[in-house]
Design a protein around this ligand. Structure first.
Ligand SMILES: [Zn+2]
Length: 243
């Protein structure tokens, strides 16, 4: 592997912007904040953006961190990130959304689910509230089954299976999502209490049990159509989602 020797200017730029978070035998390298102006319904809203990478190699030597990056083929894997708004470290009552990646909903605007709507809406809610963060969780596609399996599950859904049944037919438990990394990142960015934007009381409970300082929940429904009616009903009926 070719070693890239960091010049002192590059080192100075990165030094305060890469943080190492320790968790058991693993570490999370968090990079940011990075200015990210976003177009929200024609209005420019400035978020601060962070991305993170989990690793089993612990080092505070940036030269070693950078040396590893060229050989990791990171484009082959999705990384998670978080958009932060306002005085996130010290601001009172931050609104938090833990958004699971949805290739079809977030990128293509698919109406088979409500993810694209929820993503944009939660970004708006956070910026209007004044303090908050939207976590974008990359290993959560199809409730954690992956994009290719989601495509197969969609075919089953086109033939009468609901979301939960389709995943179970393919040998997956209904919900494989894990929030551990996001919680560690949140704790590194903020120690004060948060209100979670979710319709899912199970998620609220899981996050509280994992040590997240959650004091409340704000629901998020909308964009209901003939295409996602059954999907949303299944969320309420089988996954105990509520308004
Ligand atoms: Zn979706």
């Amino acid at each position: 592997m070719e070693q890239v020797q960091l010049n002192s200017n590059v080192f100075t730029i990165l030094e305060d912007k890469i943080k190492m978070i320790k968790k058991g035998n693993e570490v999370i390298y968090l990079v940011g904040p990075i200015k990210l102006p976003v177009n929200l319904d024609g209005k420019t809203v400035e978020f601060k953006w962070y991305s993170w990478l989990k690793s089993d190699r612990e080092t505070k030597d940036f030269q070693r961190v950078i040396d590893q990056l060229t050989s990791l083929n990171l484009a082959e894997y999705q990384q998670s990130s978080v958009l932060v708004y306002g005085d996130f470290e010290y601001g009172e009552n931050a609104l938090i959304r833990m958004h699971s990646i949805c290739h079809t909903g977030d990128i293509f605007g698919s109406k088979r689910c409500d993810c694209g709507f929820q993503l944009k809406q939660s970004m708006k809610m956070v910026s209007e509230h004044g303090v908050g963060a939207v976590f974008y969780l990359a290993n959560h596609e199809g409730r954690g089954i992956g994009l290719f399996n989601k495509a197969i599950a969609y075919l089953l859904q086109e033939n009468g299976y609901d979301t939960v049944e389709a995943n179970e037919e393919l040998g997956f438990t209904d919900d494989l999502r894990n929030y551990d990394e996001a919680i560690e990142v949140l704790k590194a960015l903020r120690a004060k209490p948060v209100t979670l934007i979710t319709n899912n009381p199970k998620k609220l409970k899981a996050l509280k049990e994992a040590g997240l300082p959650v004091i409340g929940r704000t629901p998020l429904w909308g964009d209901i159509s003939e295409y996602n009616e059954k999907y949303l009903q299944t969320k309420i009926r089988k996954s105990e989602h509520m308004a």
